[in-house]
Design a binder for this molecule. Structure first.
Ligand code: GLN
Length: 497
């Protein structure tokens, strides 16, 4: 039974559908794994043992009745604690939501349940998804299963660590500036930010509404594609949801053929600040793509160098507005409500106690950038940069099918190394942020270990909006080529566990 935790999602679903194994056995194997290792990893904030076993039983019952099961029925999943789950706590990694139990499911949650996916629990994250290391969680940091003294990335470090620790074969993350792809890169897993608007944000607690995007995390490209298809698609409950068919991502993941594709290497992503081993592995991945028959060219996107400052004006501006809802009246924590204080005082005391330092920093930054005297100089300028970045992408995609870069400038850094230096922390998302600002699709796929520290490196692939299938076509081919080299999976054994 120990092997059940090593199965891919596709293998698990097939084994459940054929009756080789029951969904309950699969769920129990993963719950046992969580009991065995999560004290060290701290990927989960909440494990829903009862809910998971009940969901698994229901899949087994449906099978016994001869009902047809979907392609992920009976497969366990770790859900980032930023999606609402009816009857199951949702904290967003914040003290301010401690004890809050949502009365409704996010659309993503509901679609997972409808697909027969077994939700094991909620994963750790930087508070309100603000961070690149999971160190901003109010509930302790998460360890990287490759080296527990290093960060698992962020904000979705819990989801990525759960995959790398074999606690779940699938996970859900959200990517506002890189929080799916960067954790994927530093844990040797696959993470996809789908096209903005293609996965519903209903029930996804908002950080920066024009950037936030839920997406799939997995250990293989095909598993990510299967999960992508399960969660994507139009949702009338989200007014920014795209009403168009989901691109054929599963089919693309199975192609493993990039012959004739045009691939652009982003010139601006490299050089100073990039770790040697990351650059080396990235260049090898590009060479692999060339050998597989893709045409590789260099592409310049000059405005990308302005993406980071523009993001750190736009995201905090939207956050400062979104987080105003945590007023101590409606959800979670309430501090100082002794009968003698005004609502305003209680709100202030609660926000003082309930928000961590990074969240407060962003609320102040955003409020400042939006204030009447500074709006044009900061927020307005950042929006103009956003347009320039979209134009760079448009120009690039006129010549190439996808763009590639390293996902992150470095491998996983030691816990604590950047905790007191927000600027150094923000640099982790240098390569991922442009896609959030433009709203297109991007993936991180493992491309080996950096020779100097033996830690995973991610290859980022970027495709135009609603051409998400191209990510899977390229990612699947890279994965297949590297599999021969490493013997799959890269995560043969989560080395630190
Ligand atoms: N690290 C970035 C930030 O702190 C991205 C976060 C995210 O994608 N949720 O804003």
């Amino acid at each position: 039974m120990a092997d059940l935790i090593r199965f891919t999602a596709a293998e698990t679903a097939a084994a459940v559908a054929s009756g080789d194994v029951s969904a309950v056995e699969v769920a129990q194997a993963h719950l046992d794994r969580i009991s065995a290792v999560d004290e060290k990893v701290n990927a989960f904030l909440h494990v829903d043992t009862e809910g998971a076993l009940a969901a698994a039983r229901s899949v087994d019952d449906r099978r016994a009745r001869g009902e047809e099961l979907g392609p992920l029925a009976g497969v366990p999943l770790a859900l980032k604690d930023v999606f609402t789950t009816k009857g199951v706590p949702t904290t967003c990694g914040s003290k301010i939501l401690e004890g809050w139990v949502p009365p409704y499911d996010a659309t993503v949650t509901r679609r997972l349940k409808d697909a027969g996916v077994v939700i094991l629990g909620k994963t750790n994250m930087d508070e309100f998804a603000m961070g690149s290391s999971t160190e901003n969680s109010a509930y302790g940091t998460t360890g990287n299963p490759w080296d527990l003294s290093r960060i698992p990335g962020g904000s979705g470090g819990g989801s990525a660590a759960a995959l790398a620790a074999f606690e779940a074969p699938l996970a859900i993350g959200t990517d506002t500036g890189g929080s799916i792809r960067q954790p994927g890169a530093v844990t040797g897993t696959v993470g996809v930010k789908p096209t903005y608007g293609s996965v519903s944000r209903f029930g996804l607690v908002a950080f920066s509404s024009s950037l936030d995007q839920g997406g799939p995390c997995a250990r293989t490209v095909l598993d990510a594609a299967l999960l992508h298809e399960a969660i994507a698609g139009h949702d009338p409950l989200d007014s920014t949801s795209i009403d168009a068919p989901v691109p054929p991502v599963v089919e693309a993941a199975r192609m493993r053929d990039v012959r004739g594709m045009r691939i652009g290497v982003v010139k601006e992503f490299g050089g100073e600040g990039y770790q040697d081993g990351v650059v080396q592995r990235f260049q090898e991945a590009v060479e692999v793509l060339r050998e597989l028959g893709a045409e590789v060219v260099e592409v310049s996107c000059p405005s990308f160098t302005l993406a980071l400052p523009a993001y750190y004006l736009i995201a905090p501006s939207e956050a400062s507005s979104n987080l105003a809802r945590f007023d101590a009246m409606r959800y979670g924590l309430r501090v100082g409500d002794d009968g003698g204080r005004s609502a305003e005082e209680v709100t202030a005391l609660t926000r003082e106690a309930g928000f961590g330092p990074e969240v407060k920093r962003r609320i102040m930054l955003g409020t400042y950038a939006l204030s009447s005297g500074y709006y044009d100089a900061y927020y307005g300028s950042a929006q103009k940069v956003r347009t320039l970045i979209s134009r760079d992408f448009d120009a690039a995609f006129a010549d190439v099918d996808v763009l590639v870069s390293p996902t992150t400038p470095t491998t996983a850094f030691p816990i604590g190394e950047r905790a007191d230096d927000p600027m150094a922390m923000y640099l982790a998302d240098l390569c991922t942020i442009p896609s959030n600002l433009a709203g297109n699709a991007a993936m991180s796929v493992p491309c080996g270990l950096a020779p100097e520290d033996n830690l995973p490196v991610g290859l980022q692939i970027i495709a135009p909006a609603m051409a998400d299938d191209r990510l899977y076509r390229v990612g699947g081919a890279v994965e297949a080529a590297f599999t021969e080299k490493w013997g799959h999976p890269l995560l043969e054994e989560a080395p630190a566990l």
